[in-house]
Design a protein around this ligand. Structure first.
Ligand code: TXA
Ligand code: MG
Length: 383
């Protein structure tokens, strides 16, 4: 076990000294976790194969799941990728720096350890000033997956990076809650037609406005079989588990981003998604919560302010052991911002069952539902 230095931005010795030390660690093959505008990243020198191996070990990540190479200058794109299509430059012009990752053909110089053995590379130019300064201090190329242990929700606050990676990395630069809260959109530009491999804040419509045409990896749209749940049944856990689809039900070819095939974003509690109008969801939710209370199951809910008001009307006792309110803002935006943090907090609170209402799978909602469905492992109940 090595000691992990945990620097909080704003505290001494000050940002410049922290970045200088972080740059030295990275240039010497060490690992530094850092904030980006999407989620925290676990960084190593992208051109050092030993660093990339250390990243996989620290995360407990399968070594066939490639890392994203982060750059801080558009001119550095050509040091990571070859045969770069015009579309890549158009996208860079529109969305970089920002939450967009492009898959391109890799240069020979980039170690295959960084790209999980693939001849393509994922490249991203983040907009977070600290991320940019860190990449610069490291020499310009930082390979970084999300800074969680494999399978856990991506960290959006520093303390969850520390919880997962303490003793496995050299330094954590903590800048509090990140701005966006979901990982970058990934678009593949290595085939004849651009394809979205992972949805994010840069939506299909936004990509289409630049590319004209873009498709979605079919694996993203695949429906997982909803469990057959009868609200009249009195049995508890066993009911929800029966009829559960296998976790990794995907198309025959599977998703093109290797990471999308793995179990992901899972809190310790069971996540259950309700799909339907507010009235039906409220009714079913109250039924499940009552059942949980009777069985001594600790329950948590994520609710919009409106749903919360509706549920609390005329109800004196506590609704659930933990209630996370999305506020009055647009549900999808708020959910994107807070989902991963809420899932982690439910773990801290020992919550065994987590109920969430589905958002519409359009725009940013596609990204939210993609992460939520993975967290729920197929437990979606249509009402
Ligand atoms: O917002 C983000 O993208 C964050 C921050 C830290 O930048 N990073 C992140 O990295 O989410 P990670 O490793 O957790 O997810 C990267 C995804 C994985 O699903 C991986 O399989 C896919 O990108 N990927 C990487 N290189 C690829 C390639 N050459 N071809 C296809 N998919 C690739
Ligand atoms: Mg990840």
């Amino acid at each position: 076990m090595k000691e992990t230095i945990w620097w909080k931005i704003g505290d001494p010795p000050g940002q410049d000294a922290i970045l200088k030390q972080a740059g030295e660690i990275l240039q010497n093959g060490g690992l530094v976790a850092f904030p980006t505008e999407t989620v925290y990243g676990l960084g190593g020198d992208a051109f050092n194969p030993a660093s990339s191996k250390r990243i996989y070990a620290a995360k407990g990540r399968p070594s066939d799941n490639p890392l994203i190479v982060h750059i801080c200058r558009l001119s550095d794109l050509e040091k990571t990728a070859v045969s770069i299509p015009k579309d890549a430059y158009r996208l860079a012009e529109a969305f970089w720096p920002g939450p967009l990752t492009m898959i391109l053909k890799k240069t020979a110089a980039l170690p295959s350890e960084t790209t999980g053995g693939l001849d393509t590379v994922a490249v991203r130019f983040p907009s977070h000033p600290l991320a940019q300064a860190l990449i610069d201090a490291a020499g310009g190329f930082v390979a970084a997956p999300s800074a969680n242990t494999s399978g856990r929700p991506s960290p959006t606050v520093g303390k969850y990076v520390y919880e997962d990676l303490c003793g496995r990395i050299d330094m954590l630069i903590d800048d509090g809650q990140v701005g966006l809260g979901l990982e970058s959109t990934i678009v593949d530009l290595t085939e004849d037609h651009p394809m979205i491999l992972r949805p994010g804040f840069i939506t299909e419509t936004m990509l289409r406005s630049v590319l004209g045409d873009v498709s979605l990896d079919p694996a993203l749209l695949e429906k997982q079989k909803a469990p057959d749940l009868d609200p009249q049944k009195t049995q508890d856990q066993a009911d929800l588990k029966s009829g559960m689809p296998a976790h990794s039900a995907h198309t025959h070819t599977g998703p093109k981003a290797p990471g999308m095939k793995y179990k992901h974003y899972a809190p310790k509690g069971e996540v259950i998604i309700f799909e339907g109008d507010e009235e039906k969801v409220s009714e079913r939710l109250l039924y499940e919560l009552q059942k949980d209370q009777k069985n001594g199951t600790r329950s948590g809910v994520i609710l919009s302010e409106r749903m919360l008001e509706r549920l609390q009307r005329g109800k004196k006792e506590t609704l659930a052991d933990s209630v996370k309110c999305l506020g009055s803002s647009d549900d999808t935006q708020a959910m994107a911002h807070m989902l991963f943090r809420f899932l982690r907090e439910f773990d801290d609170e020992g919550i065994q069952r987590i109920y969430v209402r589905a958002v519409a799978q359009e725009g940013l909602g596609l990204a939210v539902m993609n992460r939520l469905k993975k967290a729920a492992g197929g437990r979606i109940i249509s009402l």
